[in-house]
Design a protein around this ligand. Structure first.
Ligand SMILES: [Fe+2]
Length: 256
């Protein structure tokens, strides 16, 4: 039995010492809660049984638990500049048994571990069984869907911005990054040099959605065009148009 309300209470207790008044912390908490909702929508679209639905939601709640220690220790959310937050997350959950606060039963430990560990990787590692893979895919889609919501809110609030949009509008996008977009592939984070590259890499998450549901949400909310319009400038117009065309064309190709 999974008791999500109890898990949420424990989550709140866990995050409180990190300072919920801190904008960065608050953003991650809100992201975690919204990811629960997206994960649920995806799970429902797949007609999963109640147990898997609850499991998908629990993984949604916990997937970014490593973020809080990451920002405390390294003062950054950049994995590249600090530590892989998913690996840190599973260590926090499973090393000293913190996971038991969120779910009494230990029968899903391995599944939860693998789903969280794989949620931010370039691709899902080999060796997962069917159910583990399913949950790894759900959390990957749910997380990416909500990352766009985070960015849109960032544009709209213009406070404590995640990105420096003026910089992005000025910077030259790496050739390798554009090539990945043209091939409809995820951008390897090690191919990114500047902020514009990382921004485009986030847009290219679109190519890694496993299920239609997340993509439908992204399309419905017009995340991609809004995000591209925010940084389009005279100097990058040509590249941004190529990126937008490829992404919107990709939706069409998947009949979204
Ligand atoms: Fe994450």
């Amino acid at each position: 039995m999974i008791n999500l309300n109890k898990a949420k209470e424990e989550f709140e207790k866990y995050v409180k010492p990190y300072g919920i008044e801190n904008v960065k912390i608050c953003r991650k908490i809100e992201h975690s809660y919204r990811v629960i909702e997206v994960a649920e929508e995806i799970a429902k679209s797949l007609n999963l049984e109640k147990e898997d639905l609850e499991l998908a939601k629990l993984i949604g709640l916990l997937h970014d638990i490593g973020r809080f220690e990451q920002i405390r220790i390294y003062d950054t959310f950049s994995d590249k500049d600090s530590i892989d937050h998913a690996n840190l997350g599973v260590e926090i959950l499973f090393k000293d048994g913190l996971i038991r606060k969120f779910i009494e039963d230990d029968k899903y430990d391995e599944l939860i571990y693998k789903a969280i560990k794989n949620h931010n990787k370039y691709s899902i590692e080999d060796g997962l069984d069917k159910r583990e893979k399913l949950h790894a895919k759900i959390i990957r889609d749910a997380d990416k869907t909500d990352i766009y919501e985070v960015y849109i809110r960032d544009i709209e609030s213009n406070e404590n911005a995640i990105f420096n949009y003026d910089n992005i509008a000025r910077e030259k996008i790496a050739e390798k990054v554009i090539e990945s977009v043209k091939k409809h592939e995820l951008v390897d984070r090690y191919d990114t040099v500047n902020e514009a590259d990382r921004y485009v890499a986030a847009l290219a998450f679109i190519f890694d959605f496993n299920f239609d549901k997340g993509l439908e949400i992204v399309k419905e909310r017009q995340y991609i065009s809004k995000l591209i319009n925010r940084v389009k400038s005279e100097s990058n117009e040509k590249e941004m148009n190529i990126i937008e065309k490829n992404i919107l064309g990709y939706f069409k190709g998947r009949n979204i």
